[in-house]
Each structure stands twice: as C-alpha cells, then as structure tokens.
Design a protein around this ligand. Sequence first.
Ligand SMILES: Nc1ncnc2c1ncn2[C@@H]1O[C@H](COP(=O)(O)OP(=O)(O)OP(=O)(O)O)[C@@H](O)[C@H]1O
Length: 507
Amino acid sequence: MSPSQENNYSGFWYDVRRQLRTLFEAAFEWRNKIKEVDFSGTKCDPHPFPHPDSDRLEHCYKYGYGKGKFYPVQLGQRLGSYHIKAKLGHGNFATVWQAEPIKGLCTSGHQSVAIKVCSNNKKDNKDDVLEAKVLRKLGKRSDGKGDFGKDHLMTVDECFNVPGHFGDHFCIVSESIGPTLDHYLLMVEKQNLGSFDYNVAKKVTFQLLSAVTWLHAAGYGHGDIHPYNVLMKEQGYQAPKNAKRNVCYANCKPEDKPYMPPYLVSCIDDDLAVGAPLSFETCDARLADFGQSFKKNHPRRLYRMTTQKGLRSPEWVIKHAPITISIDIWSIACMAYRMVTGKRLMDIQERYIDENGQPTQKRTKFDINNEHLPMMVELFGTPPPWIRGKWAASNLPPINWKSTSPEGTLHKRIQDDCPSSMSTEEAELFEDFLRKAFVWDYRFRATAKDLIQHKWFQSILTDADKASIEAILVPSRFEGLNTIRNQYARLRSLPVKIGGLFAQKVD
Ligand SMILES: Nc1ncnc2c1ncn2[C@@H]1O[C@H](COP(=O)(O)OP(=O)(O)OP(=O)(O)O)[C@@H](O)[C@H]1O
C-alpha cells in the first residue's frame, strides 16, 4: 500500500469520517432494529447445523405453525413429478431429498435427482429463488473458450412450488451428486489417516479454484464456500441410510403440533471407519448451495454471514470493510490447509462447551471475533494500517502492534502440520500458495485465475488442464468492450458499495 493510501486511513479527516460512519451505522441499526439470533432462551436443542458425528436430523422447531418453517416431506410421497425415495440432508433453510422422476411426467435426464425443499420464509425464499436463478443463468452461460471449471459447479434441472399450510415452498431439482467434502474429512479423522492423500488434496483444491475462476468470470461470487457446500460426485449415488425418528413434541409450541410431520427422517452416516477415502483418479468436486451468491460488482446483498467462522476472511469479520469475491479465495485456502494437513488452520468453536465437553449455546459474534482476528495476526503477521484503523473502530481488544511479527507464524505451522512425506520443495510451494491467498488486504489477494496457474498445481495438471488454462489467459476479442462494460458496471455499483460500507453484518 502506498504512503498516500496509508494517509487516507489516519489523521483528522479519517477520525471525522469514522465518527460519521459510526453515527450512520447507529441510525441504520435503529432503523432496521437488527438483532442477533440467540438460541440461549429457547427450549429447543440449540444446534441448528447438523452435528457431524450424530444421527443427522433437523430440529423439530424447524416445522410447525407460521412462516419460515420446513415443508413436512414424507418418504414415498409425490412432490411435483417426482417420488421421494430418501433424505440426503438438510441445512438451515431447506431439507434435501433424493427422488425419482415419474415416467411420462418428467423430462429430467437424470435417473435420480436431489430436490431441495426450501422453507417458506419470504426473506429466505428470495435467497432460494436467487439461487435457482443464478444457477440457471450460469448453466446457460458459456465463455466461448471451453468453459474450464464450469463442470465443477452444480446445475439445476427445474424448479417448482409445493403449496404448504402457510404459503408455497420453493423446490429446486438438481442432479443427486454425492457425499459432502466434510464427510470425507471426517472419514480421514475417524480412520486416523492424518490427512487426505496429498495429490487428492491438491486436485480438489484445483477443482474448486477452477470452479470459482469460472464463477468469478461470469460475474458472481459464491459467498458460502465450506466443506458442507462441496459435494463429491459419485456415480449412482445413493442417499445415506435413513431412519424414521419420533418428533420431540416437548421442543415444540402447542400451536406447532397440527403442522408437524408424523416422523423425522435422519441421515445415518455410513460407517466412517470402513469407508473408502477419495481417490486421485475419481475425485470430482462440485460447488453447491448458491443461496448466498452475489454479483461481483455488488457487495453482499444482505450482509448476512452464514459461512463457517474459521473460514471467514478479515474483511468479513471487521466492520465497515466491503465484501468482495475474494472471500471465496480465503475460504478455499483454509479448506486446502485442512485437506493437506488434516488440521484446521483457524479452529473457531461456534458454541460454548459445557463442563461435560458438550457444545451448548452459540457464542456471541463479539466473542468469536475477539478470538478469530488475533489468530489471523499470529498466523499472517501484522495487518496493513487501514485494517488496524478499522480494528480500533470495531471495538476489538487492543493489540500492541509493535510486538507482532510482520510475517507471522504460518511458516512454522506448515512445518509442524504438514505430513512428513511432503518434500521441502513441496512445502515451500504450498506455503507460497497460501501466502498469496491469505493476503490481509482483499485488493491485493490473488485471484482464482492467478492461483490455478500456481506452481504448486503443476505436478497434477494434465495436458488438457494446461491447454484450458492457456485458453482462458488469451484475451478475448471483446476484451476492450468488456473492460468498458466492467468499468461502467463498477461506476453504477459505486453508491451500493458505499452503502455496503455502512451496512451491519449480521450472523
Ligand atoms: N445435489 C445434491 N446431491 C446430494 N446431496 C445434496 C445435494 N444438494 C444438497 N445435498 C445435501 O443436503 C445438505 C443441505 O443442502 P444445502 O447446503 O443446499 O441446504 P441449505 O439449507 O441451503 O444449507 P445452508 O444452511 O448451508 O445454507 C448438503 O450439505 C448435502 O448433504
């Protein structure tokens, strides 16, 4: 960062701007009355995200009276022109089911599909409709250069609505892909393998980066990349073993009862101790869940943060920093570290742990950020002055910047965590790759296009991959026109970006 840029983030006018911003933000919060969701006071089990080691089951309070609830899908029922066969999983906003098309009624080219049945909250519905819209748009788009990376994005077959008691539930039909990346990460832990096979880790990272290269070139950011949203393609994939579970009425309100399903369907994980880990020849990652996707020239629409805490980039954690597509790069680099080493780079617990070692209520955003940012400082070194300025404005605990090291402890962490079979040269390349991705300032962070050309990947690239990378590097005939169009789009999005600086980021 140049000295003139640094000056922009200090001095009298900087302080005035900061105070005005704080005032503006207070007004914004007051107008929108944004509150953090706190499960501590509810009677429900406070674990909205499936616990990886448990019988994966959504919580009863997700069904019942009113808006924003799940549709009570039952095994064997008909939904649109499909028969529901099994449950694939659930998220915060939807349940996902494996289904078979009914012959004669459905034109789907797949023998088995995944139907995401979304909750009927108007606000969430916007995200779901947007997800389908973006996926359809992306499905139709071609870059005219072979579409390198597009194969690693999920596609949508069709969408329809099912009428529920309190409004329509939007359904998105896509190919039934396979288990999540998280499933394989857990398998590696359970089988004491330490980490993914080194080349598999590299290949999956490369596939994710190529998907993101294509996505970013199409003008979109994903915004929610984490191991649950990466599906590993399996031929003829069958849903995990399902079991019917009783509804726990004690966790529901009396008015919910008439609208509850007769049973809940749990997805029992395969025996992770005996499953086959990913192989280099067949591993094929698909990026899924585009509910948080956003336009490149538009900061995050809602500033709602759903991605796992440890995978969040600094600008996502610090207040008043714009969110750009480079958040995807940070998340992928964190996942690459976990795949290569078997350890989380930044292990942030999302819940408090009780005296029996059991997770309890959600930690506050303030508490999490207080732990997360100093972790980043330790690993990646002292942040640039403008981030330090925003640090102070974010009410984070003060740090003695003179005592922090400029390059951080990443080098040592890599040496400690990398498998012993990894050569020194490979470890150096891996570190260089990570350092390019973990740049504090989002403006200088490497792009996905830069990273797929990184030397770290050279050893696994096929001739076809190399040719595809070369093809996307050739400037298109319309490059000049595109630049003008991009600049115009940037100019148009400037007011929205400025607004984004003041927007409250809500968990
Ligand atoms: N096409 C698919 N094939 C196989 N399994 C799938 C598919 N789509 C979703 N799943 C399973 O369903 C789970 C939930 O899906 P998804 O992440 O899209 O829901 P969500 O409510 O949007 O989640 P989130 O809370 O992350 O926003 C996934 O983690 C995965 O296990």
